[in-house]
Design a protein around this ligand. Structure first.
Ligand code: AMP
Ligand code: MG
Length: 422
C-alpha cells in the first residue's frame, strides 16, 4: 500500500495483534533454561548468573579511612594530639593509642579501634609530631563502616543478573572467583528463498538475474552475538516444504530456531506448512511496521521457533522486539524497559493509521538544549542502509498519520535496545 494513494487511508487489520499481545503469547511458550555451568568469574562477561549469590564477607572487611589524614578520638579533637604511629593501606597500626594520641592514616587503611574519626591532612597543622586540627570534622567523618558496600550474609547478585564489569568486580571484591551461569542458548539461524545466494560461495558480482545475497543470516547472527548465545549458521533453504523441514530437523539441538522469509501468503511461502507438520504453530499479524507477519511456535524437538519476515529491516525489528526478549526470558533475565526520549523532528514523516511504525532516524542534541531527529530517507523494509545510517527508531503511534516537521516525536535510541546495532 502506498500512503500517497488517495484510496488507501488505513493500514489497520482487525485480526492483527498488538506488539504486547504478541510478546505475551511468545513468552507464555518459552521456558527458562535449566542448564548451568560453573565458570571462572574472569570469563563471565555478558553471561547470566543462574543462582542468587550471597556475600560471605563484608566489604569493606574492616573500618577503613576515606582520606589521607589522621585518625583520632572525636572527643579529644580540640586538643593538641600526639602522633603515635601510622596506619597505612595494607599495614594496620596494632599498638595502643594513649589519651590525646592519634595516628597518621592513608586512604583504605584500617582505622584503629581506639579512634572514631579521620581528619583530612589539609585541615591540620603538624609540628614535632604534634597534630593540631584546624577544622574539626563531625564525629565518624571519613570512616567507612564495615560492610558499607555489602555486608556478609546479604544478597550480592540475584539469579538472572547479566554479568558485566561492575558485577564481575563486585564478585571479585568479595573473594568470589567462580560463578554459576546459564549455559549459552543455542540459536539456529536459517534463511529461506530461491533468490538467495551466499556471499561466501558466490562472491563478487556473480549474481544471476533475480538473485540477491542473503543478508539476514549475517544481520541476525551478529545482532544476537553474545557470550550468552551461541548462534549456528544453518544456511539457506530453497522455497519448498521439504527443504525447510529438513533444516528444522537439522536444528534439533537448538534451543531456538529462527528462519527468515516465506511467512507471508505468497506462492512461495512454505514456512508455516513445514511447521504445521513439525510442531505447535501460530501465525499472527502484528499491528506494526515493519514486520507485520510473524510465525511463532515450537518444534517437536522442543525448540522455540520464530519465522521472521524476509525483508531485512523487518527481520531486524522483529528480532529486537520479540526474539531478544524471548532470549532474555529464557536466560532468566528481567526484560529491559525500553527507554524512550522526546525529540523534535526536522521534516514531515508520513504513515498510514493502523500500525505502530518504527522509522529509522538520526538523533542529535542533548538534554539541556533538546534533541532533534531527522529521517534516514526511504523507509521501505528492504532498505538495509536505513539501519546503517540510523542511531534510533522514531516510534510513530498506531493511529497517527505521521508527524509534521517541528513536532515532538518519541524516539528509541539504539543504545537503549540493542548493543549490537551500534
Ligand atoms: P518473503 O517473505 O520470502 O517473500 O521475502 C520478502 C522479501 O525479503 C523479498 O524481497 C526477499 O527477496 C527478501 N528476503 C528474504 N530473505 C532474505 C534474506 N535472507 N536476505 C535478504 N533479503 C531477503
Ligand atoms: Mg521468500
Amino acid at each position: 500500500m502506498n500512503p500517497t494513494d488517495k484510496n488507501c487511508t488505513s493500514d489497520a487489520d482487525p485480526s492483527a495483534l498488538s506488539m504486547q499481545e504478541a510478546l505475551n503469547k511468545i513468552l507464555a511458550l518459552c521456558s527458562q533454561t535449566e542448564c548451568t555451568e560453573v565458570i571462572d568469574v574472569m570469563t563471565a562477561m555478558h553471561r547470566v548468573s543462574a543462582a542468587d549469590i550471597v556475600a560471605d564477607i563484608s566489604v569493606p572487611p574492616f573500618r577503613s579511612s576515606a582520606m589521607d589524614g589522621y585518625a583520632f578520638k572525636h572527643a579529644e579533637g580540640k586538643a593538641a594530639l600526639n602522633i603515635v604511629g601510622s596506619s597505612l593501606a595494607g599495614h594496620p597500626y596494632t599498638g595502643d593509642i594513649p589519651a590525646n594520641g592519634c595516628v597518621r592514616i592513608t586512604t583504605g587503611a584500617c582505622v584503629p579501634d581506639d579512634t572514631d574519626t579521620v581528619v583530612m591532612q589539609e585541615n591540620t597543622t603538624v609540628s614535632s609530631a604534634v597534630l593540631q586540627i584546624n577544622t574539626l570534622p563531625v564525629h565518624g567523618f571519613n570512616v567507612r563502616a564495615v560492610g558499607s558496600d555489602h555486608s556478609a550474609g546479604s544478597l550480592l547478585l540475584c539469579s538472572g543478573t547479566t554479568l558485566k564489569a561492575p558485577e564481575i568486580a563486585l564478585l571479585v571484591s568479595h573473594g568470589i572467583n567462580k560463578v554459576t551461569v546459564r549455559k549459552p542458548l543455542t540459536v539456529s539461524v536459517i534463511s529461506t528463498g530461491d533468490e538467495l545466494h551466499d556471499a561466501n560461495t558466490t562472491p563478487g558480482a556473480k549474481l544471476k538475474l533475480g538473485g540477491i545475497y542473503d543478508s539476514n543470516r549475517a544481520l541476525l547472527i551478529n545482532m544476537l552475538q553474545s557470550p550468552a548465545v551461541q548462534c549456528i549458521d544453518s544456511g539457506i533453504c530453497e522455497d519448498s516444504i521439504d527443504s525447510i523441514s529438513a533444516a528444522f530437523a537439522q536444528s534439533d539441538n537448538a534451543d531456538i530456531v529462527i528462519s527468515t522469509g516465506g511467512v507471508s501468503v505468497g506462492d512461495a511461502d512454505f514456512v508455516k506448512d513445514a511447521l504445521a507438520q513439525t510442531g505447535e504453530l501460530a501465525m499472527w499479524k502484528i499491528a506494526m511496521k515493519p514486520g507485520r507477519p510473524l510465525t511463532f511456535g515450537k518444534l517437536n524437538s522442543g525448540a522455540v521457533f520464530f519465522g521472521l519476515p524476509g525483508n531485512p529491516v523487518s527481520a531486524a525489528v522483529t528480532c529486537l522486539f520479540f526474539v531478544k526478549p524471548a532470549l532474555r526470558y529464557m536466560q532468566g533475565q528481567a526484560l529491559n524497559d525500553i527507554i524512550t526520549i522526546e525529540a523534535t523532528v526536522d521534516s514531515d514523516l508520513r504513515k498510514l493509521p493502523g500500525r505502530i511504525e518504527y522509522q529509522r532516524g538520526v538523533l542529535s542534541g542533548n538534554a539541556a538544549d533538546g534533541y532533534e531527529v531527522s529521517t534516514t530517507g526511504l523507509q521501505d523494509s528492504h532498505v538495509l542502509s536505513s539501519l546503517h545510517k540510523a542511531n534510533c527508531f522514531v516510534e510513530l503511534p498506531l493511529d497517527s498519520q505521521g508527524a509534521n516537521a517541528g513536532s515532538t516525536v518519541t524516539v528509541i535510541p539504539f543504545s537503549a535496545i540493542g548493543d549490537n546495532l551500534i
